[in-house]
Each structure stands twice: as structure tokens, then as C-alpha cells.
Design a protein around this ligand. Structure first.
Ligand code: SAM
Length: 288
């Protein structure tokens, strides 16, 4: 068996050998706990048929685990200082492609077309926390063929992704995640599983993409515009939030009528509405 990269000793050794300096701006907190890695790979249900995209391989600890279980791994890393290190630590694997790029600039639809004939792939990552939301929303909104996304994120973000109406964590992110996928929190992960240690707790979350969204909405973009407006001033009533945050695009009386037609009280706040209710409301408003 090839030596594990994910241990405190081996990670220190690799970092020392290359005189590697951790870059805070890239969100570099490397996993040093092999149990957590196993849990990520198991919960992502990776097998030898799978093509996996990993975002931010670091020094390769998760990449190694993925390569041993998947058919192929494509790892996209922004930091050029890590590329020679990865070529060394992963030299014994022939099923890994490393791409030195900013994930937010990669055309993932094209990549999946080239690597898996456009068939859905799995995304697995210990994400750089400063861009968690743009990465996940990019995968969803750009219709990248993805079966599931299993990622380490800040615990607080995982809680927001899975939040239910009426709770403090509930917001635009919860609704977007619920529209595109089924979220499941796999594990909470404490700071001592990383090098260097982050200040906050982390969690692994799996988002299994809906094959077809359970929600029927005439205009997705319009619904998300309504959702963002509703949460822009979350302490205000929905009528006032929509009126104030849509640049007076909608007349107050019409908003009230639509809210009532949705079956809601006109004093309701946005945070009380389920995804279905936002979809109904946006369909009614769109008809006008
Ligand atoms: N996968 C490794 C592990 O678990 O030990 C490293 C995870 S670390 C939290 C995040 C990684 O993402 C770092 O290697 C960092 O350089 C990389 N990264 C940061 N921003 C990125 C971007 N825009 N595109 C691709 N990789 C990025």
C-alpha cells in the first residue's frame, strides 16, 4: 500500500521538503486525518466507474484516496507552487489529471464533455472556504452534469444549506440548494483535523442533484430574484421587502394580491415561505 499523505507527520515532511508556505488567501487548510478522508470518499459513493472532479487538491491527501477508489480524478488547483508537489506525492497514480487553474474560470461543462462524454460526474472537495457559495452555485446554475457534490465547508455554511423555513439559518442559499439538490450532512469535523487549524468548525455535506427539480416554476431566474429580494431585508414583511428591493418593479397592491393568492397572510415575512410557496408566488407575479 502506498503511504498515506494525510497524517500530521507526512504532511509536515512534504511541506518542509518543498519549503511550502501556506497561503491564507487561497484558504489552505490541509486535511491530516485519514478517518475524515475515508468518510468523505465513502459518503460520496465513489467506485471504479466514477469520474471525479476535485477542487483544490492541496498536497494531494484527498486526491490519493479518490484515485484509489475512482476510475479517474481531475484535480483543479489554483496555486502553482503546489503543482510540482502534487506531481511528486501522486506520482504512483496513473488515473489523475492535475489542472493548474482557478476553478471559477474553468469551463466545467466542456471538461465533463471531454472527460466523460457529458455524462454526470461527482464533485468531491475540501473547499477553499472563501469561495464556497460561488463554486456550488456555479455548478448548479451553469448546468454542469453532476450527480453529487460532496464537500467540506464551514459548519455554519452547511447549516445554512440545510436550513428549514422559519429558522435563523434559512435564506437564499437554503432555497437554492433545495431547488437543485437533496442535502445531507455527513459529519462535523473539528479544527484539529487540519493543518493549519482553522478558527471555526467544519462539516462535510453531500448534495445529491435532483434529476428533475420537484418544484415547477415558470421562470427560475425570476424566482431567485424574488427570493434574493425577500431576504435582503429579512426583518421586514415580504410585501415591503419585495417592493423595496425590486427597484419598484412591482406595484405594492399587486404584490399584496399575489401573496394572498398564494394563500399567505399579507403580513408574512419571507423567511416563513417554503420553496414551493416561493415558486407559486413567482409564477403568480410573472403572470401579471
Ligand atoms: N484538498 C486538500 C486537503 O484536503 O488537504 C486542500 C484543501 S484546502 C482547504 C483548499 C485548496 O483549494 C487549496 O489547495 C487551495 O490552494 C485551493 N484553491 C483555492 N482557491 C482555488 C481556486 N479558485 N481554484 C482552485 N483551487 C483553489
Amino acid at each position: 500500500m502506498i503511504e498515506r499523505i494525510a497524517s500530521p507527520t507526512r504532511t509536515k515532511q512534504i511541506v518542509g521538503k518543498y519549503d511550502f508556505a501556506f497561503q491564507k488567501k487561497f484558504g489552505q487548510n490541509f486535511l491530516i486525518d485519514s478517518h475524515v478522508l475515508n468518510k468523505i470518499v465513502r459518503s460520496a459513493n465513489i467506485d471504479k466507474e466514477d469520474v471525479v472532479i476535485e477542487i483544490g487538491p492541496g498536497i494531494g491527501s484527498l486526491t490519493q484516496e479518490l484515485a484509489e477508489n475512482a476510475k479517474e480524478v481531475i484535480a483543479i488547483e489554483i496555486d502553482k507552487m503546489l503543482i510540482p508537489i502534487l506531481e511528486d506525492t501522486l506520482s504512483e497514480y496513473s488515473n489523475i489529471t492535475i489542472i493548474n487553474e482557478d476553478i471559477l474560470k474553468v469551463n466545467l461543462v466542456k471538461l465533463v464533455e471531454e472527460k466523460n462524454n457529458g455524462k454526470p460526474i461527482k464533485v468531491v472537495a475540501n473547499l477553499p472556504y472563501y469561495i464556497t457559495t460561488p463554486i456550488i452555485m456555479g455548478l448548479f446554475e451553469n448546468n454542469v452534469p453532476v450527480e453529487s457534490i460532496t464537500v467540506m465547508v464551514q459548519k455554519e455554511v452547511a447549516d445554512r444549506m440545510k436550513a428549514q423555513p422559519g429558522t435563523k439559518d434559512y435564506g437564499a442559499l437554503s432555497l437554492a440548494v433545495g431547488y437543485y439538490s437533496e442535502p445531507y450532512i455527513v459529519a462535523n469535523v473539528p479544527p484539529n483535523c487540519f493543518m493549519p487549524r482553522p478558527k471555526i468548525g467544519s462539516a462535510v455535506i453531500r448534495l445529491t442533484k435532483h434529476i428533475e427539480s420537484p418544484i415547477k416554476v415558470h421562470d427560475e431566474k425570476f424566482m431567485f430574484k424574488i427570493i434574493r429580494a425577500a431576504f435582503n431585508q429579512r426583518r421586514k414583511t415580504l410585501v415591503n421587502s419585495l417592493y423595496n428591493n425590486l427597484n419598484n418593479e412591482l406595484n405594492k397592491e399587486k404584490i399584496k394580491e399575489a401573496i394572498e393568492k398564494t394563500g399567505l397572510d399579507e403580513r408574512v415575512r419571507g423567511e416563513a415561505l417554503s420553496l414551493e410557496q416561493f415558486a407559486t408566488l413567482s409564477n403568480i407575479l410573472k403572470e401579471r
